[in-house]
Design a protein around this ligand. Structure first.
Ligand code: OOG
Ligand code: MG
Length: 263
């Protein structure tokens, strides 16, 4: 049965306060098992509109999620998803992330695309994405599902803005012409010990392919990449849990590296 507007509003409040009050909540499909993917994106839209206002922040980009087989397997789903990045999610390499502000954060390695041209419409090609990309850069996303034990279904995670909470972009910017984007090796370490290795080919076969997928998905809801957006193209490996005192570094062949620490 379709959700009423009041039910959607209740879910929005529920997820908004889970983030604000830093506490995990029972996934929403336990109460609304027939929630559809469209309704989940409606909730995401409503949640983000509220979040922008309450945190007095602004949209700075988009994140793709579950673009790799490793992540789909880890989460037990078989579809990619997208969510939005806000300015107050942007962290720097030199300021530690505050663990107390997060529920159960995990870090994952991604390639960031800097978009300098609006991309809209449902016939977007790899060529369009490459032409609109000013630079690519190494990035770490911190995800922090609001759901208990980081467990959810596809529609739960979409409603929760795809677990978005923080992200850090490394300082080395590269032109796409200079890089074989489909074949970048990656090593992610925690406190000097290798935790994950991967390749950009894990991201739907090629991160640009993931970007094309997302642009066409966004178009279905009348949205798209905008000039000035930073887009996280999806994790290249499984995410790793971060605790107080940890330093995580991801090194990408040819792209440089990016680190974050947590206190
Ligand atoms: C959902 C977000 C996934 C990615 O890069 O695959 C994601 C989650 O795993 O909690 O950001
Ligand atoms: Mg991610």
């Amino acid at each position: 049965m379709a959700l009423t507007d009041i039910q959607k509003e209740n879910i929005i409040e529920y997820l908004l306060y889970a983030e604000r009050d830093v506490h995990e909540v029972i996934k929403i499909t336990d109460e609304y098992p027939s929630l559809t993917i469209d309704e989940a994106y409606d909730i995401q839209d409503g949640l983000l509109a509220r979040r922008l206002k309450e945190n007095n922040t602004k949209r700075v980009g988009i994140k793709l999620g579950l673009t790799s087989e490793a992540k789909q397997k880890m989460m037990g789903v078989n579809e990619a998803i997208y969510g939005y990045l806000h300015e107050d999610m942007l962290e720097t390499e030199w300021e530690p992330i505050q663990h107390a502000e997060l529920i159960h954060p995990k870090a994952e390695p991604e390639i960031a695309f800097f978009i300098d041209k609006d991309i809209e419409g449902d016939k977007i090609t790899a060529e369009d994405i490459l032409q609109a990309t000013k630079y690519v850069a190494p990035a770490l996303e911190i995800i922090d599902s609001r759901y208990k034990d980081f467990k959810f279904t596809l529609v739960d995670v979409v409603a929760d803005n795809c677990s978005s909470v923080k992200f850090v972009v490394g300082s080395k910017l590269s032109l796409t012409d200079d890089i074989d984007l489909g074949n970048i090796g990656m090593v992610m370490s925690k406190n000097g010990k290798v935790e994950q290795t991967g390749s950009s080919s894990a991201v739907l076969g090629h991160p640009v392919k993931a970007m094309v997928w997302a642009a066409n998905m966004l178009a279905k809801r009348g949205q798209g990449f905008k000039k000035g957006d930073v887009v996280l193209s999806g994790a290249m490996s499984e995410a790793i849990a971060i605790e107080v005192g940890d330093t995580v570094t991801a090194e990408f062949e040819g792209l440089g590296s990016v680190s974050l620490s947590c206190e």
